[in-house]
Design a protein around this ligand. Structure first.
Ligand code: AGP
Length: 608
């Protein structure tokens, strides 16, 4: 949530910062701003997309300043506006700060600072930071930042400029990620690695309580107690081009079409033909330890929660392990029953979601075995959990998650195979499932061939203002995910329901204006689903059916049929969700919606 980038080097910083913000725009896009360092700090801000900021910066002509910080915002305190956009200055104009996170004691700090003569112009919590730094400043920039941060409670990832130090950026982290990129003749800092990859492969992930002092030729690390500290230098393994849009109109479409490759990467090297099982070495658990797991609790939010709900079916059906799925925000407040044999699986694409992180901490504190399923390498959840399984989906830029979901479900299926083989799943059944997993990229490729059919159906239904998605078994969470995709990017009301639950209330909403998308795949429960479709038709709803291969089961009800390749019930959520992602994409496009940057949303939700 919100993106930070800072650059210090020997060339003009403005365009580098703007390009960095464009790569971070998926984290927030209400407003953006930039401050360039020098004897006088130069700040430019604009409401809306980074391109508006770029136009405003260009009006200043060539700006030679070689050090600067920039920010793209997702509003928490105060509406999107120029005055609330970052960077924020102290009232003397000496310090500029970009901030991600929430300062919990800002009201109290602001009141004190106002009494000390500081003037505030924004509605944000962030503006207290530069003023607090100014209050402690007696000529030593590092000392002032460290002293200020020791007074702050809440979360922050920040980058700070001081007009007395025109080639220095100080960055710091507490609960909101900051990564420092070590370049040649330049150093860069950002809230995630995406803007760094174009300049360097060498990065340092700050830990909570760290300060980084960057100048063009040097990076020094200290703690907020102002003591020296050392951190490991890691290397970025993402291809820079992977975070571009290529020839696709939108990141979302690119990422949907990347799924055969991203799933192939998720699977690569993780299936064991000898044991007819999966090898997930990041778990760091011996067969003996695996066999002792008596219960699984999955925690996640949004799309990751839906992946977990699919996983619940896998673990109970394939591995016979009782499994519960918990909305991550509820996890610690429900006081969950966790014992040392409980495996807790937090699922998070970004690895930064505040609620999921809180669940990780609670589970670890209760002594559970915690293994995180994350996509972003080095993310906070991945690092705090210590053990887990990376998705290897590659960078997911579109706010609406697609390839992360299918990679999450693929990992959960491999984990169920591994736990199943560790228990009662015999070699033949293990082999059958393993071979199906291996075929997944091919099945997804087949499904993607349906894109032109799906596009036509989506355009036909683009008039709808309400939509129901219904499914059964592990296609029930798939229906939830399909509906989430539609509401996120097309802004219409879309609800996922268990097909059997429809008649217990929501059926009252059905009429000729409310279409139903029914997941009628040929898996156990299909006959019941056909009955549920009849119930919808009887209320005059139009029905779009997802069916398996050339199955004719839905032909009598509708001409709007999406065909996914034949598979077992365990694979069906994956092929089916790809069809639903395409449906949501084409539906939103037909309505002229902003697909990659849907209103009010941000890619990683770092507030609770
Ligand atoms: C997905 O399309 C959403 N943008 C959202 O629900 C997302 O899945 C959720 O915020 C969780 O994010 P995470 O996987 O990064 O934790």
């Amino acid at each position: 949530m919100c993106g930070i980038v800072g650059f210090t080097g020997n060339r003009p910083a403005a365009q580098i910062l703007i390009d960095g913000l464009k790569r971070l725009e998926y984290r927030g896009y209400d407003s953006a701003g930039i401050t360039l360092a020098g004897k006088e700090l130069i700040t430019v801000k604009a409401v809306g997309k980074v391109r508006n900021l770029e136009a405003a910066v260009n009006e200043h002509g060539t700006l030679p300043n070689t050090t600067g910080i920039a920010h793209t915002r997702w509003a928490t305190h105060g509406a999107p506006s120029v005055k609330n956009a970052h960077p924020h200055m102290d009232s003397s104009g000496r310090f500029a700060v970009v901030h991600n996170g929430i300062i919990e004691n800002y009201a109290e700090l602001k009141q004190k600072l106002e009494q000390q003569g500081h003037k505030f112009v924004s509605d944000t919590d962030s503006e207290v930071i530069p003023n607090l730094i100014a209050e402690f400043y007696q000529g030593d920039f590092v000392q002032a930042v460290a002293s200020a941060l020791r007074r702050i409670s809440g979360t922050y990832g920040i980058a700070v400029l001081c007009s007395d130090y025109p080639d220095t950026i100080i960055a710091a982290r507490h609960g909101s990620p900051i990564v420092v990129g070590l370049g040649d003749d330049c150093n860069i800092v950002a809230s995630d690695v995406t803007p760094l990859a174009a300049y360097t492969r060498k990065v340092i992930y700050l830990d909570d309580g760290d300060l980084a002092i960057l100048s063009p030729k040097n990076v020094e690390l200290r703690t907020i107690e102002n003591l020296p500290v050392e951190r490991e230098v890691s290397s970025i393994d993402w291809d820079v081009s992977a975070s571009g849009k290529g020839s696709y109109e939108h990141f979302m479409l690119k990422e949907i079409f990347e799924q055969p490759d991203s799933i192939a990467n998720t699977i690569r090297g993780r299936l064991d033909h000898h044991l007819k099982s999966a090898i997930l070495s990041g778990l760091g658990l011996s067969p003996h330890e695996l066999a002792k797991i008596s219960r699984i609790v999955i925690a996640g939010c949004g799309t990751s929660l839906h992946a977990g709900m699919v996983g619940e079916y896998f673990f109970e059906d394939i591995a016979s392990i009782p499994t519960e799925v918990e909305q991550a925000a509820e996890f610690r407040y429900r006081n969950p029953i966790i014992d040392p044999d409980t495996l807790v699986l937090p699922i998070s694409q970004s690895g930064e979601t505040a609620d999921t992180l809180a669940a990780v901490r609670e589970a670890m504190n209760k002594g559970a075995i915690v293994a995180a399923l994350c996509n972003v390498v080095g993310s906070t959840i991945a690092r705090e959990a210590g053990r887990g399984i990376y998705l290897h989906a590659g960078p997911e830029i579109s706010v609406a998650s697609t390839k992360a979901f299918t990679c999450q479900v693929t990992v959960l299926l491999m984990l169920a195979l591994m736990l199943g083989r560790n228990r009662r799943l015999n070699r033949d059944d293990g082999e059958r499932l393993m071979l199906e997993i291996e075929k997944l990229p091919e099945l997804i490729r087949e499904t993607l061939k349906q894109a032109p059919v799906i596009e036509k159906i989506a355009e036909k239904y683009a008039y709808a203002e309400d939509f129901f998605y219904i499914g059964r078994g592990c296609l029930y969470p798939t229906a939830l995910e399909g509906a989430l995709k539609l509401k996120e990017i097309s802004y219409i009301h879309a609800e996922g329901y268990h097909a059997a639950e429809l008649k217990h209330g929501p059926i009252a909403l059905l009429d000729e204006k409310v279409p139903v998308l029914a997941l009628a795949n040929a898996i156990p429960g299909q006959e019941k689903m056909i009955g549920n479709i009849q119930e919808c038709l009887a209320r005059k709803s139009s029905v779009i059916a997802v069916v398996t291969g050339d199955d004719t089961a839905a032909d009598q009800f509708t001409g709007d049929i999406i065909r996914v390749p034949p598979s077992s019930r365990f694979i069906a959520p994956l092929t089916t969700v790809v069809a639903l992602q395409l449906f949501a994409y084409y539906f939103a496009r037909a309505r002229g919606c902003e697909i990659d940057h849907p209103r009010n949303l941000a890619k990683s939700v770092t507030v609770e």
